[in-house]
Design a protein around this ligand. Sequence first.
Ligand code: NAD
Length: 293
Amino acid sequence: MRLLSGKEVADAKLNGIKIECESFVKEMGYAPQLAVILVGENPASQSYVKSKKKACIRLGFAHKDYLLPETTTEKKLLELIDELNQDESVHGILVQMPLPAAIDEQKVIEAIHPDKDVDGFHPINVGRLLAGLDCFVSCTPNGVMSILDYYNIETQGKHAVIIGRSNIVGKPMASLLIQKGRDATVTICHSRTKNLKEITKTADIIIAAIGKADFVTSDMIKEGTVIIDVGINRVADSTRKRGYRVVGDVNFDDCSSKAESITPVPGGVGLMTIAMLMENTMKSAKQHSKKGK
Ligand code: NAD
């Protein structure tokens, strides 16, 4: 079994972006800037926002953080997004999800200008991705592709089974894998899929994005499968100081002896998501600088 280290791939990616950023700053006299908005005090969201800020600092990006109270109205949030859309010094806008129930998430996603939508969630970017056009690609599935590329895992003609059909992982993952040049045969499974095990047993590549701890077990896979575990689940663990540990959607110990290669959790796809966000922000800064000339 080969361990697919997201840390190794993310580090390589971030080191490359740092060099790109240095030459961008030299040429343009300013740094790429990411604006991150967090509404409320969800602990997982707070830690994601902190990691994004840390990545900006590591790369020499400028960043603006907006930590807004849970009571923030949709109107106020939309006004802030509009301001950031107009602000020429901001190249990427990210609103940390989930948002409080009183705010319409889709409205917020669509309020971000597609040219600054570094999360790749705006319907324009989602549609362009499906059509095979240049766009901001959703960071997590794009991170999965980077892992496959880094480890030279061939997708052409392979049967890729994606478990999960969310807009942020499952669907864009399928859009990427079916493109010309990637050429996978893709099956998307979800909570209403019948005979899931029969399908996953035919997979050359399994991408698990379910949100259920240790869901994929060795009886669901064939010998020699490549397993990409997108899941991030907190399970209670009294032996840990913080009272929980993080596990994926794949039962790692059970599957690792049968899999050809597998991503660990933590240390897998999660680290890639931030690296791809930084890549998108760098790309946006370059695109905006060209428009300004
Ligand atoms: P989601 O809740 O939006 O979607 C879960 C999907 O799993 C749904 O499409 C559902 O149909 C499917 N599903 C649920 N039960 C199933 C079952 N029994 N059989 C088959 N399919 C089933 O979740 P999401 O936002 O796509 O996230 C999925 C997981 O990935 C979560 O653990 C999340 O924390 C993690 N995640 C990680 C990253 C990262 O950076 N690594 C990014 C996003 C999400």
